[in-house]
Design a protein around this ligand. Structure first.
Ligand code: HEC
Length: 164
């Protein structure tokens, strides 16, 4: 029973924290356009896009995925409430096991089908009402820019396979 209340509480907190209205009231709402850059793909060599993604990451992702993309401690082990901690986005995680399009959809819509089984319970928010598509691509470009060359190459291959 106590555990149940705790879970409800943390869910409410997360919802409150990510409610755009609350963010707006707190004065931390991100302006819809950070720069004129509007790439609809994630290019880790595009410095402007990566810079924009860095800002998006710091404001919206580092809270859970870590300032250094290191993820939360023991990220492979489900928490008592059955949910997974936030995984790293650096080369030690499995973000790079996924093609760009999947990462984009998962970030935009959250852990719903086809990205997860129906009714999957996750702390990963859907960003569709908070971030523009360009910002999602930019944050993915930033994440990719932090991977070493061999990790980028492996993920490029996954992108190519996904297109065939
Ligand atoms: C409130 C915490 C939280 C925030 C904030 C958050 N995430 Fe997540 N994220 C998670 C959790 C937890 C998971 C693991 C999902 C699962 O399997 O249940 C996850 C998973 C992911 C994955 C899948 C990674 C993989 O290895 O499959 C991506 C991509 C992702 N998040 C991107 C982002 C981006 C981009 C942002 C910022 C715009 C962000 N997340 C903000 C909690 C968060």
């Amino acid at each position: 029973m106590a555990a149940k209340t705790g879970r409800l509480k943390s869910q409410t907190l997360i919802h409150l924290f990510f409610n755009p209205l609350v963010l707006f009231t707190l004065g931390v709402f991100i302006p819809p356009v950070i720069a004129a850059e509007t790439s609809l793909n994630a290019d880790p060599d595009n410095q402007q896009q990566v810079k924009r993604g860095d800002k998006v990451y710091k404001r919206f992702c580092s809270f859970c995925h870590g300032a250094n993309l290191e993820g939360q401690p023991n990220w492979r082990v489900r928490k008592p409430n059955g949910r997974l901690p936030a995984p790293p986005h650096d080369k030690t995680g499995h973000t790079w096991h996924h093609a760009d399009d999947l990462l984009f959809g998962l970030t935009k819509f959250g852990l719903v089908p086809p990205y997860a089984p129906p009714n999957y319970q996750s702390d990963m928010p859907a960003w569709e009402n908070t971030l523009k598509d360009e910002d999602i691509w930019a944050v993915l470009a930033y994440i990719k820019s932090r991977w070493p060359a061999e990790t980028r190459q492996s993920q490029n291959k996954i992108n190519q396979d996904a297109q065939n």
